[in-house]
Ligand binder design. Structure first.
Ligand code: KG4
Ligand code: ZN
Length: 349
């Protein structure tokens, strides 16, 4: 089975072709970073127009790289939400047009399910597994029981973790996009010079909070001479921030692992996914605690943690195999929680 995937929910325009034997036949990603950089963040209208300008060419490129024609495809998968609605509409409408003209089944993919299933594409992980999803818009711990079947353990009560990275980078004047900039600066920093809080750590449950951490960084910057960061200050604060985030994620993961083991004794893995999972320090800290709790830790390669279309093609392929296709009337969704998939394989609502 071969599926073309399309991803346009944020600031990456992407197309990929993936085969059922877990082969990524092509994976094309065009980042819009330069177009948004002057504004210090993603401008939804610019993003939507840029997706429209480039998507057709990227789809042709993905088919060419995969050395496959339209007739080789068994389905078209596109992100149908959650995300910036203009961009989602561009990708989903393009997918619908292809599905109609080529008489192929359409799969409307939840972007979060794309991230959630990536470890099955890269590492062939079996259900059930515990998933820590850490991206620009999301931070949650979920038990993945099957395709379309997720049990929510906890989420953020305020900022998403990637958002906290991006805001901290702005405070430290490290530039945009924030996550990779904080990680690069932290490499030269002393994580112990500034004492930052670990919000929620030590509390029961699996929820997160990051806005207090971001505020603590702001206060630390204000307390510096002139209220400005020099290069060393920024590096030290970036390192302290990254360490605090890693500690909080680890603390929450330990609680989630305890619950997961009770509810799913057969489960063996904790999988991390989403853009923040590209962070090497966070991966190292998580790998340590997960191993200490007796589970195996899996993190997809960084390129497949940040937004891409291979994960959308794969999620589409998994749904297609189960007969879970969508009609051309499927409407794009700006909000779409992971535990509310459109159709469940077991027929439950
Ligand atoms: O999954 P993703 O590409 O897009 C969303 O679906 O949100 O995640 C993007 C987020 C951004 O907030 C970005 O700053 C963060 O992931 N990120 C990182 C790193 N690379 C990307 N955060 C920390 N360290 C990184 N190396
Ligand atoms: Zn994402």
């Amino acid at each position: 089975m071969i599926v073309l995937g399309i991803e346009t929910s944020c600031d990456e325009t992407a197309a990929a072709v993936v085969a059922g034997d877990r082969r990524i036949m092509s994976d094309v990603v065009l980042s819009q970073i330069e177009e948004h950089r002057p504004y210090g963040g993603v401008v939804p209208e610019i993003a939507a127009r840029s997706h429209l300008d480039h998507l057709d060419r990227l789809i042709s490129q993905a088919l060419k790289d995969a050395q496959c024609g339209w007739e080789a495809l068994h389905g078209i998968a596109a992100t149908a939400g959650p995300g910036l609605i203009g961009g989602v509409l561009v990708g989903l409408t393009t997918a619908k047009a292809i599905a109609m003209v080529r008489d192929l089944p359409l799969v409307a993919v939840n972007h979060l399910e794309g991230h959630a299933l990536t470890a099955r594409l890269t590492d062939g992980i079996e259900f059930p597994y515990l998933l820590l999803l850490v991206s620009g818009g999301h931070c949650q711990l979920v038990a993945a029981e099957g395709v379309g079947r997720y049990r929510h353990y906890g989420g953020t009560v305020d900022d998403a973790v990637g958002e906290a990275f991006d805001k901290t980078a702005a405070l430290l004047r490290l530039g945009y996009p924030g996550g990779p900039a904080v990680e690069a600066a932290a490499q030269h920093g002393d994580p112990d010079r500034f004492a930052l809080p670990r919000p929620m750590a030590g509390r029961p449950g699996c929820d997160f909070s990051f806005s207090g951490l971001k505020t603590a960084v702001r206060h630390a910057v204000a307390a510096l001479p002139d209220g400005k960061t020099g290069t060393d200050d920024a590096a030290d604060l970036a390192a302290a921030f990254q360490e605090a985030v890693a500690d909080v994620l680890a603390d929450r993961a330990v609680n989630a692992i305890a619950r997961f083991r009770e509810e799913f004794p057969a489960g063996t893995h904790l999988v991390v996914a989403g853009g923040v999972a590209a962070n090497a320090r966070i991966r190292t800290v998580l790998a340590g605690v997960v191993a200490a709790q007796g589970l195996r830790f899996v993190a997809p390669p960084a390129m497949l943690c940040t937004d891409n279309a291979a994960m959308i093609a794969w999620a589409g392929l998994e749904r297609l195999r189960l007969g879970l296709t969508d009609g051309l009337e499927f409407a794009a969704r700006p909000r779409w929680p992971l535990d509310e998939s459109p159709a469940r394989p077991d027929g439950a609502p």
